[in-house]
Write a protein that binds this ligand. Structure first.
Ligand code: EPZ
Length: 416
């Protein structure tokens, strides 16, 4: 297991370019199962979850080559809906293979998905939505089998505004010649990006209301090139890194609408920043104010920025309150940060109070999951002295060349 050795106390300075969005890329790859030709996906981030998703596609017959940030992939030779064990169980996003496989073969047989240990990660919203169209499914030996030769009915109402469940049923509906109205959808920017990609491929997904879409499926979708949007969570992570270390800098490829509530919070806590034509400038901000946030489906505060934002609570003067309403176990970074001196009280599984300002001190810590990993990396940059972060592979799941990016901003960080 690799680890980072970090000497903290540096104020980050400079410019960083954001990579393609992990949580869009991991769905565009399975989408190609519905296309009848070779397609290029550009601005694809070279992160381990993308490499895992590609390994899964290869195991069912997809052919591709991935050079730099350009993937050329052709799924015309995909000849089975049975995904072998070995990779999919490590990845939450493998669950969205069901929709495209079901649309193409009437059948899907995949290992139950894995993913960060931040909660039970149920798939009942997924199976329930396919059942509403007449699907039969079963779970046995840690594998999920779904059968749906021909959809019955024309409406699905999601039990929960689940991101991957929305994407799963949208991709299914896009690939079968049938009209389906899907209600109570999640509407994260990555989902809107997937919808735009499907429509660019000749699909027909029409917005009916804020959270409902009418899909007229087609078997003739094809497309030459799809571009991955910039990763809003990476952009937010770097904005927090500049502010948390008392530095200043510029983050390029940031789409303002993707992070509206995040920018509202920065304004509220007195952070100095400006965003113009896709560039986010963070200026030195020395008297940050405490805040109160509760995570929620988009356009609410993104749960994926809940861990890193706690570092701004450490710099603010006063008591902040953070509620993680989406997951049951996504406060583990607080335990590690307390080892570094964070003054915090975990009230219960979903609530934490943080008193600032407090100086973090270096120590040896573990990064339990992707977003707590980036939080601990930034905390190590804030702390005086040398910090060791173990099992940093979890950070590589969602952040490309993370130590290089931080080094260009002046961080003293070495991967061992
Ligand atoms: C996706 O996971 C993302 N993963 C997650 O990002 C992200 O945290 C999550 O959406 C929420 O935005 C990918 O896209 C691969 P869910 P998903 O089904 O689809 C609860 C990262 O770090 N919930 O939306 O598995 C639900 O019960 C990863 O990049 C509500 O409470 O997430 C579950 O506990 C981690 N109310 C949790 O949210 C709702 O209305 C996530 O559910 C909807 C969901």
């Amino acid at each position: 297991m690799a680890r980072f050795r970090i000497v903290g106390g540096t104020k980050l300075r400079g410019c960083v370019q954001i990579s393609g969005a992990k949580n869009e890329a991991l769905k565009l790859i399975p989408l190609t199962i519905l296309l009848n030709n070779e397609v290029k996906i550009i601005n694809l981030p070279r992160i381990s979850d993308v490499l895992s998703q590609l390994k899964i596609l290869k195991s069912i017959g997809a052919e591709f080559n991935f050079k730099g940030h350009i993937l050329s992939i052709n799924c015309s030779n995909v000849n089975t809906a049975k995904v072998p064990d070995g990779v999919a169980e490590r990845l939450r996003a493998s669950i969205v293979l069901v929709g495209p496989l079901l649309a193409r073969f009437g059948y899907a047989d995949i290992p139950l998905p894995g993913g960060c240990l931040i909660g039970p990660r149920p798939i009942d919203t997924h199976t329930d939505s396919f059942e509403q169209l007449g699907a039969e499914y079963g779970v046995k030996n840690n594998r999920l089998k779904v059968r749906l030769e021909k959809p019955i009915g024309n409406k699905v109402k999601l039990k929960e505004q689940s991101v991957t469940a929305t994407e799963n049923i949208l991709m299914y509906a896009a690939g079968v010649e049938h009209d389906i109205l899907i209600e109570n959808c999640a509407i994260e920017p990555e989902i809107i990006g997937l919808i735009q990609a499907i429509n660019d491929c000749g699909g027909s997904i029409q917005k009916i209301s804020k959270r409902s879409f009418r899909v007229k499926g087609s078997k003739k979708m094809s497309k030459a090139e799809i571009e991955v949007m910039p990763d809003r969570i990476e952009a937010g992570s770097f904005a927090i890194a500049f502010l948390a270390t008392g530095g200043e800098g510029e983050i390029s490829l940031v789409r303002e609408n993707d992070l509206e509530i995040f920018f509202d919070l920065l304004e509220q806590i007195n952070a100095n920043f400006e965003i113009r034509n896709g560039n986010l400038k963070i200026h030195k901000s020395d008297n940050l104010k405490p805040f109160k946030i509760k995570t929620a489906p988009f356009p609410g505060f993104p749960t994926d920025l809940q861990s890193p934002i706690s570092l701004l609570a450490a710099r603010a003067k006063g008591r902040s309150f953070i509620t993680e309403a989406m997951y049951e176990n996504r406060l583990s970074h607080i335990i590690e940060l307390k080892k570094m001196g964070l003054k915090a009280e975990i009230v219960d599984k979903q609530n934490v109070k943080i008193d600032g300002p407090c100086r973090l001190r270096s120590t040896e810590i573990e990064s339990p999951d992707l977003r707590s990993g980036i939080t601990l990396l930034i905390a190590s940059l804030m702390a005086e002295g040398e910090t060791i972060i173990n099992n940093v592979e979890v950070i590589d799941r969602g952040y490309e060349k993370i130590e290089e990016k931080f080094k260009t901003l002046g961080a003293k960080i070495v991967r061992e």
